[in-house]
Design a protein around this ligand. Structure first.
Ligand SMILES: Cc1cc2nc3c(=O)[nH]c(=O)nc-3n(C[C@H](O)[C@H](O)[C@H](O)COP(=O)(O)OP(=O)(O)OC[C@H]3O[C@@H](n4cnc5c(N)ncnc54)[C@H](O)[C@@H]3O)c2cc1C
Length: 235
């Protein structure tokens, strides 16, 4: 872990409750795809956010928010906005987490995101595409409402790059215009795979979802040592 200083270059709305943040570190940074940083609001208040960008990109991208406005995200955003307006840097601890992408595996992949857990999955999906990995990859992204799928078209384009890549958005409470999958995202995975034994599975989202996924997927054959989620350390 390294503590770095970053300028806040951009804060823009992706949805009414989720914001995209771009930071430029003052020094070269080292992290793996799928890791997170902790934004330092103070010495004793550090909040984890998955890094949506990939190693080697000049800026660090974050997706901050959730289906409902909460203080976890809004206080972090208020801090970022204040430092941006004052043209002052923010501090972050970077290179955190053990649920980073394992490129050396030969196994097919399931990447599962709930809400802003998409940030984590997005970094890994970009790394896979940049390396032109030719393994089957299934990206599931579950949201409460269709409007929360802020990178739907980006991910449709991602899937179009390789016939082995699939993107499956799942809306929990769809309106009548929604043509895709509905319900809870982990239930879509359980319905699509008779056994999860063969897969490397990467998971990010609300803690409650991570707990349900861990139990239900192991029951459907997934190996715990092939499941990766930093939320598992918290629950
Ligand atoms: C290491 C780490 C990294 C984090 N990174 C970020 C980040 O990058 N950005 C950020 O804003 N916050 C982050 N957080 C905080 C927290 O994880 C998010 O605020 C949370 O995931 C936001 O969920 P949501 O409101 O977007 O999802 P929701 O809208 O609540 O849920 C989305 C979908 O998840 C599934 N789901 C939700 N609840 C359940 C359940 N009980 N059972 C089964 N499925 C369920 C459903 O399919 C639902 O549609 C992080 C926390 C940690 C510990």
């Amino acid at each position: 872990m390294t503590t770095i200083s970053c300028t806040v270059d951009l804060i823009e709305a992706l949805t009414p409750t989720v914001n995209r943040v771009l930071l430029t570190p003052a020094q070269a940074v080292s992290f793996s795809s799928g890791q997170y940083l902790q934004l330092c609001l103070s010495d004793s208040d550090k909040r984890p956010f998955s890094i949506a960008s990939t190693p080697g990109q000049r800026q660090l991208e974050l997706h901050i928010g959730g289906s409902v406005a909460d203080q976890y995200a809004s206080q972090a955003l208020a801090h970022l906005l204040q430092q941006h307006q004052l043209q002052q840097p923010v501090q972050a601890d970077i290179g955190l987490g053990n649920a980073h992408f394992r490129a050396d595996s030969e196994r097919p992949l399931i990447l599962l995101a709930g809400g802003t857990g998409f940030s984590y999955v997005y970094s890994i999906a970009q790394t896979i595409a940049a390396a032109k990995l030719d393994r089957p990859v299934f990206v599931y992204w579950g949201v409460r409402e269709q409007a929360a799928l802020y990178h739907n078209s980006v991910m449709q384009q991602w899937a179009a790059q390789n016939s082995k890549y699939r993107f499956i958005p799942v809306v929990q409470q769809p309106d009548q215009s929604w043509q895709g999958r509905s319900g809870m995202v982990h239930e879509a995975v359980l319905a699509d795979f008779v056994s999860l034994e063969a897969y490397d599975i990467y998971v990010a989202g609300p803690f409650a979802m991570a707990g349900v996924v861990r139990n239900a997927f192991i029951e459907q054959g997934a190996h715990r040592e092939h499941m990766f989620a930093d939320a598992f350390a918290y629950i």
